[in-house]
Design a protein around this ligand. Structure first.
Ligand code: PHE
Length: 340
C-alpha cells in the first residue's frame, strides 16, 4: 500500500486519456484499491480498523494526485499553432424579406396617424370581392379584376369562393366589424391575379386604407396621401389625383407620386428620365367610398362619408428603390434579397 508506486504512474501519465485509464485501474469498482477493501475479511479483527483507515487514506491520496495531474494536463497548451488574435467566425445573419420589411414600414406610417392594421381572409366569397363593392354579378367591371376561383361548392348567398384579387374585400368586413364610425383601417394582405411579367406576379400584396367619419372629404384623402408619400418615398415627394373609374368609389382617381429618380423634373442630366418620362409614377387607385358600399356595410351615407385607396406593396418597393423586375422578389435568389 505504498503511495510511491501510484504517484509515479500518475505523474507519468502523458495525456488526459491515459490518466482516465489510471483512475479506473486504481479507483474503479474492480480497481486495485477496492481489491484491498475486499480483502478486509481475511484480516484479524483487532487489525481491521487500522487496515481500513490505511486503505481510505490511500484512496484519498490517489484521488488528490489524479486531480492535480488532471489540472496540469488540461492547462497544457496544445502543440498545434493557434492564433488567439484571429477574429471569431462570423455566422451569416438573416434579415426580413423586402416585402415583410415594407409591410412593417407601411404599418408604422399609418399607425402614427391613428389607423388600425387589420387582416382579412385571403380566400373570400365573391360577395366580399365584388357584390359588397357595388359590382353585382354579371357586371362587366368584374372582368377588369381578373380573378382565380376556388374549386369548391358555392355559397347560395355569398357566391363562389375566390382568391382575393384586391384588399378591397376588407371594406365591407371592416364596416361590419366597427359598426359605428370613425373607421381608420389599414388592411394589408396577399392578393392574387393570374399575371406573370416584369411588373406582375400571380401573388402580390396590397395595402388598403379606409377612413370613414362625419364630414370626411377629398381634402383628408389628399393630406393622407401626401403624408404617406413623404414618409415612405422621402421628403419633397408630391402626389396628384387623376380622374378614373372604380365601381366602389365616386368620384374615383388614380394617384401619382413624383418620380423618385428625377424628383418630378422628368429630366436626368439634361435627358428625359427613363423611369417615368413625365415626372410622375402611378401609385394606385383611390376615391370617395360609394354610397352603395357604405349602405351594404350598414353605414348611413347621409350621415357619414369616407375614402379608400388600394396600392400594391411590390409596386411601391419598386418605385422606392428603382427596381425593374418584381419577379426577383420571389425568385429566392439570395444575392438579390441580401441587398435590402
Ligand atoms: N381595389 C382597387 C385595385 O385593386 C384599388 C382601389 C382601392 C381603388 C380602394 C379605389 C379604392 O385596383
Amino acid at each position: 500500500m505504498d503511495i510511491g508506486q501510484y504517484e509515479k504512474e500518475i505523474k507519468n501519465a502523458s495525456s488526459l486519456e491515459k490518466l482516465n485509464d489510471l483512475e479506473i485501474k486504481f479507483l474503479g469498482r474492480n480497481g486495485l484499491i477496492n481489491d484491498f477493501l475486499k480483502k478486509i475479511k481475511d484480516i484479524p479483527n483487532e487489525e481491521k480498523k487500522e487496515y481500513g483507515q490505511k486503505v481510505n487514506q490511500l484512496k484519498k491520496d490517489v484521488l488528490r494526485l489524479i486531480e492535480s495531474r488532471r489540472k496540469e494536463l488540461s492547462g497544457k497548451k496544445s502543440d498545434k499553432f493557434f492564433d488567439e488574435t484571429l477574429p471569431g467566425k462570423q455566422y451569416p445573419k438573416g434579415s426580413l424579406h423586402i416585402v415583410s420589411f415594407a409591410v412593417e414600414e407601411i404599418t408604422k406610417i399609418f399607425e402614427k396617424i391613428g389607423f388600425i392594421r387589420v387582416s382579412y381572409p385571403e380566400v373570400d366569397w365573391e360577395y366580399g370581392a365584388f357584390e359588397s363593392l357595388n359590382m353585382p354579378s354579371g357586371h362587366p367591371a368584374r372582368d377588369d379584376v381578373e380573378t382565380s376561383f376556388i374549386d369548391a361548392p358555392a355559397n347560395l348567398k355569398l357566391g363562389k369562393m375566390v382568391l382575393t384579387p384586391h384588399t378591397s374585400n376588407g371594406q365591407n368586413r371592416e364596416m361590419k366589424r366597427v359598426k359605428t364610425p370613425p373607421i381608420r383601417m389599414i388592411n394589408i394582405s396577399k392578393c392574387y391575379r393570374p399575371n406573370w411579367d416584369a411588373t406582375h406576379t400571380p401573388m402580390f400584396h396590397q395595402f388598403e386604407g379606409m377612413c370613414i367619419d362625419k364630414n370626411i372629404s377629398i381634402i383628408h384623402l389628399k393630406g393622407t396621401l401626401d403624408y404617406f408619400a413623404e414618409k415612405y418615398f422621402g421628403k419633397g415627394t408630391k402626389t396628384r389625383l387623376r380622374p378614373h373609374h372604380f365601381q366602389f368609389t365616386e368620384p374615383s382617381f388614380e394617384v401619382d407620386v413624383t418620380c423618385t429618380v428625377c424628383r418630378g423634373t422628368a429630366k436626368v442630366n439634361g435627358n428625359k428620365c427613363k423611369v417615368c418620362k413625365s415626372g410622375w409614377l402611378e401609385l394606385g387607385g383611390t376615391g370617395m367610398v360609394h354610397p352603395n358600399v357604405l349602405k351594404e356595410g350598414g353605414i348611413d351615407p347621409n350621415k357619414y362619408s369616407g375614402w379608400a385607396f388600394g396600392f400594391g406593396i411590390e409596386r411601391v418597393i419598386m418605385m422606392k428603390y428603382g427596381l425593374d423586375d418584381i419577379r426577383n422578389y420571389y425568385s429566392g435568389d439570395i444575392r438579390f434579397l441580401e441587398q435590402f
